[in-house]
Design a protein around this ligand. Sequence first.
Ligand SMILES: [Zn+2]
Length: 168
Amino acid sequence: MVSLSSQFPAAYSAAIDEAILRYNSANLQLHFTRVANDAASDLPVKYSADLGPGVLGQSGGFPSSAGNPAPGFTLVPNVINSTNTNYIGTIMAHEMGHCIGMRHTDYYNRQYSCGGGKSNEGASTVGAILIPGTPSLAEPNSWMLACVGSGVNRPFTANDLTALNYIY
Ligand SMILES: [Zn+2]
């Protein structure tokens, strides 16, 4: 159950519908449903006016040991600074990916998508498990690359779909 804070500009409503559609079109056993009320949601999308310079949003983390999704994520429209449905939908689908257990495909070298000066995440405390049938190195356009350029649309690639179908 996904909900969107009423504080978001109108473009975010179309974007969360797009993000949900991408997952639900992938024929997974996992199905997202949008609900109006945060109280009925286990994946709320929360609004923030400011999380610091250049910060687009904040992940809610990874799933619990019981298999429940991380409790949503936060986005900062003032920094995202766009009304592009596919771009915002790409950011949302990425954050939803974290909530259901996805690491960055370039976790071992964030420079791949973020450019110079960015550190590597390594396995971190939650691990980073290669999904059978997917490449061990990052590929262009994966929705789980660490960074995304302004306005870029990243619908699921064939390998993204392999990963999602393997887990869900
Ligand atoms: Zn991320």
